[in-house]
Design a protein around this ligand. Structure first.
Ligand code: AMP
Ligand code: MG
Length: 615
């Protein structure tokens, strides 16, 4: 088995991009991000280290914060030179190369190539796909030699091949053992060679993990802190690490009401009789030395007398009088029922790390350390409004064709629970002036602006134009359902700037986009650690089959229940339309069906997120 950590993932970006008008392919924008970034995001979870092989525009590639390795060989040798440089630079036993323009590469590329390499005891493994030969109608194997996992120890072979003037990627391995690993997903190895191919890729939409990664990278925690007394700090986010100023407990102490004794007095086959020389209460340490052959009556939490290392619970004592006790052989083992000094927290050790949400246990822990106030991040100010001429506020009459604005209330609920300072800016009509005024007003007052509606392709035109004027906002088509359209970027007005999250209009889409895209972003801005920021996925068996389209992430409303036998299953709430808000009220979880998944069979395990867990 090859460990992920033993693989360096190398994105090959050293080419000239001649068919793209000599532009650097890795830097071409896809969904507002450089193509190479998409590839890195896909590769990152699969390998231990990442690096980029680039020659021109090395400064651009350096902005990814990863090592950039130029070719070590003169002349434009293409991918082989990148492979060569990678094998020279990599500090791991394996190198995985992928081209910078293949953003759809399989999410399990590394594991499958690694399995093929190990099973065949090979030196390198490359991906192959099977394709129909249009003339003969028979299937042919198409190798993808640039998608290559290789032992870095194969470097001498590559150097000998290059020294002989050879240049072909297909045959460099010579006598080394090659494993070809068959992949079914043809499209995954497609790369971008022409502007049309880039446009086609753009039209395919943005994957949820990539959207999440872009959002996560785009924001940093607010800098301002507040020092709060513990009772006020509940649900706030800790802004710096807390180091234990004391050890908890401060002394070895008893875990039981009983008698503290020397463990060395136990043992043997005969009953043991010990003289009781002291009584020690919690908060009142003993005053008399306890010698061998003696013991002290002791209460739970009371400090252990010097030399004593065990406590016999009073109910295990065979006979007791004021002066002595008798213990049966083997009634306890030496060391039993003693709590050690610092076993909860040792002085000088980190007790809580920044980024933690302060819940009841954290408040208690801080109190156990005697800490009265803690630094927390300031609250995030979030302005939100709904867009749409058809929307009416509750209390208003509903004219024909109109609907009540529900999104503002779900957003209000979700944002308030998250601990944001909310600014409800009402309904904004579908007209450019109204939208611009609202956005400028929100910008002046908030860190983040969340809108709903008006970002779907039909509706987006004037929104797009205004947002372009106010800042840098990308319009995404995300491969998710519900919640496909979304706008994201920064806008500025009168010296104030704000992050803009333009959510879709349909009520369930708003909630899905909020929980899986906006909420992690807000939590990051609030200073929460990564674990807190991403929803916790649990696995439960599906009660019935679920229809699911491969290639997009689907969020279905589910009800998870316990069977009489104690096992759990999840079932759908019923109709799953993105406008059916009552499905969210029936659900106690969201079923997360990932892009690579197809139909779910009854009994299959599916990922769920408990709605209660989403605060
Ligand atoms: P849009 O993205 O603006 O085209 O809206 C998509 C759908 O969501 C339309 O059917 C809208 O009427 C509906 N919608 C938009 N905003 C809201 C809202 N605040 N409350 C309820 N439904 C809405
Ligand atoms: Mg609308």
């Amino acid at each position: 088995m090859i460990n992920t950590h033993d693989i360096t993932g190398l994105v090959l970006a050293g080419g000239l991009g001649t068919r793209m008008g000599n532009s650097d392919k890795g830097m071409l924008p896809l969904h507002g991000q450089p193509l190479a970034r998409h590839v890195l995001q896909r590769l990152a979870p699969q390998v231990g280290q990442l690096a980029i092989s680039a020659n021109a525009h090395a400064e651009d590639y350096a902005t990814f914060g990863l090592p950039v390795w130029p070719d070590l060989l003169p002349g434009q040798l293409g991918p082989l030179a990148g492979l060569h440089s990678g094998m020279r630079h990599a500090r791991t036993p394996y190198l995985l190369t992928v081209p910078c323009d293949s953003p759809l590469l399989p999410p399990d590329l590394a594991v499958r190539l690694a399995a093929g390499l190990s099973e065949n005891d090979a030196d390198l493994a490359i991906a192959v796909t099977e394709e129909m030969d249009p003339t003969t109608g028979s299937s042919v194997r198409r190798p993808h030699p640039v998608f290559c996992l290789v032992k870095t120890s194969a470097l001498p072979q590559l150097e000998a091949y290059l020294a002989a003037g050879e240049r072909r990627m297909r045959t460099w391995h010579g006598p080394l053992k090659l494993a070809e690993v068959l992949f079914q997903e043809h499209g995954a190895f497609g790369n971008v060679n022409t502007p049309d191919e880039l446009a086609a890729l753009q039209a395919q939409g943005l994957s949820v993990p990539m959207a999440q990664a872009i959002l996560a990278d785009a924001v940093a925690p607010v800098a301002d802190l507040e020092q709060l007394a513990l009772p006020q700090a509940l649900e706030r986010i800790l802004a710096s690490d807390i180091i234990s100023p004391i050890s908890v407990p401060a002394h070895d102490n008893s875990a039981m009401d009983g008698y503290a004794l020397h463990g060395a007095d136990l043992g043997g086959n005969a009953p043991v009789t010990l003289a009781v020389v002291d009584t020690i209460l919690a908060g009142r340490p003993g005053t008399v030395p306890v010698q061998r052959g003696q013991c002290a009556r002791i209460m739970t939490g009371a400090v252990m007398p010097d030399g004593c290392d065990s406590v016999v619970p009073q109910e295990l004592v065979r006979q007791s009088s004021e002066h002595g006790i008798t213990l049966a052989p083997d009634c306890i083992r030496p060391g039993d029922n003693r709590r050690f000094k610092g076993e909860d927290l040792m002085q000088g050790q980190p007790a809580l790390l920044q980024g933690k949400i302060l819940g009841p246990a954290e408040l208690g822990l801080l109190a156990s350390l005697g800490i009265a106030t803690v630094p927390v991040r300031r609250r995030l100010r979030v302005a939100f409004f709904s867009t749409g001429d058809e929307l009416r506020s509750i209390g208003e009459a509903l004219e024909p064709g109109c609907i009540y604005d529900s999104n503002r209330y779900t957003l209000l609920g979700m944002l308030t629970r998250l601990g944001c300072e909310v600014l409800d800016m009402g309904i904004v009509k579908d007209n450019p002036q109204a939208l611009e005024t609202a956005l400028r007003g929100a910008c002046a007052q908030a860190d983040v602006i969340i809108t709903s509606g008006g970002v779907s392709s039909g509706a987006a035109d004037f929104t797009r134009e205004i947002l372009a004027r106010l800042g840098d906002v990308a319009f995404w088509q995300i491969n998710m359902r519900p919640g496909r359209p979304m706008a994201f970027g920064n806008i500025a007005s009168d010296g104030h700037s704000a992050l803009l999250l333009g959510l879709p209009g349909n009520p369930v889409a708003v909630m899905a986009a909020y929980y899986f895209l906006a909420r992690p972003t807000l939590l990051r801005l609030m200073g929460a650690d990564t674990q807190t920021a991403s929803p916790l996925l649990l696995q439960v068996a599906a009660q019935d089959p679920i229809r699911k389209k491969r290639g997009r992430t689907e969020y279905q409303r589910g009800i998870v229940e316990r069977d009489p036998d104690g096992s759990q299953h999840v079932r759908l709430t019923g109709a799953q339309g993105s406008g059916i808000l009552h499905s969210m009220t029936q659900a106690n979880c969201i079923i997360v069906l990932h892009a690579e998944q197809g139909h779910v069979a009854a009994g299959d395990l599916v990922d769920i997120v408990l709605l209660r867990g989403l605060i």
